[in-house]
Unconditional design. Structure first.
Lengths: 113, 111
């Protein structure tokens, strides 16, 4: 089944404790991206990648890192999480080299205390 | 600064009504406009629009883009309770992967 898989789906952590949210797609898509969704602010793009080893900042990259060492995986790293990073996170991929029809993961709800 | 604005932010209608959702944008280098539907989970793709004046249609949903006036509309005819969702508009900027979303329109369809 074609899908985008994120883990963990739910996480409660504490300020400063490094964490990684994994994202994997099995559709051989070149484009992958991360978003956070907050009430009243809609979806905001954090980072995107148009190919392996190519990543770029979206609108809200501060406090996040990403890497794209292989086509299928695009992990989101929070080196030192803070409470303002409490949010619902979505990973998505697209068969187009730029953002087009996006296939979203199920979402990861992160709470930073 | 690139931005995408949706209106209204929320809407309550009754089954059978027709609704029009609006999306206006200001981006430095427009490439395409996308519509998504989000229920209690991840957004699902509805339409991608790149050319002005060409209507995209899927069942009771349709959408059109006006690149001169910088807006798009999403129409839903004969609404059903299953259409209740948040409808998201997004614009792809330039030859990059940058994607800007609007705030979304929350549609509630009452029986």
């Amino acid at each position: 089944e074609a899908q985008v898989t994120q883990n963990p789906r739910y996480l409660i952590t504490v300020t400063g404790k490094k964490l990684t949210v994994t994202c994997s797609q099995n559709m051989n898509h070149e484009y992958m991206s991360w978003y956070r969704q907050d009430p009243g602010l809609g979806l905001r793009q954090i980072y995107y990648s148009m190919n392996v080893e190519v990543t770029d900042k979206g609108d809200v990259p501060e406090g996040y890192k990403v890497s794209r060492k292989e086509k299928r995986n695009f992990p989101l790293i929070l080196e030192s999480p803070s409470p303002n990073q409490t949010s619902l996170y979505f990973c998505a991929s697209s068969p187009m080299t730029w953002a087009g029809e996006l296939f979203f993961g199920e979402g990861s709800r992160l709470t930073v205390l | 600064e690139d931005k995408v604005v949706q209106s209204p932010l929320s809407l309550v209608v009754h089954e059978g009504d027709t609704v029009t959702l609006n999306c206006s944008y200001e981006v430095t280098n427009f490439r395409s406009l996308l519509w998504y539907k989000q229920e209690k989970k991840a957004p699902t793709f509805l339409f991608m629009l790149t050319s002005s004046g060409i209507e995209k249609k899927s069942g009771r949903l349709s959408s059109i883009l006006d690149k001169k006036e910088l807006f798009s509309i999403l129409n839903i005819t004969a609404t059903q309770t299953g259409d209740s969702a948040v409808y998201l508009c997004a614009v792809v900027s330039g030859n990059t992967g940058k994607l800007i979303f609007g705030q979304g329109t929350t549609l509630q369809v009452k029986p």
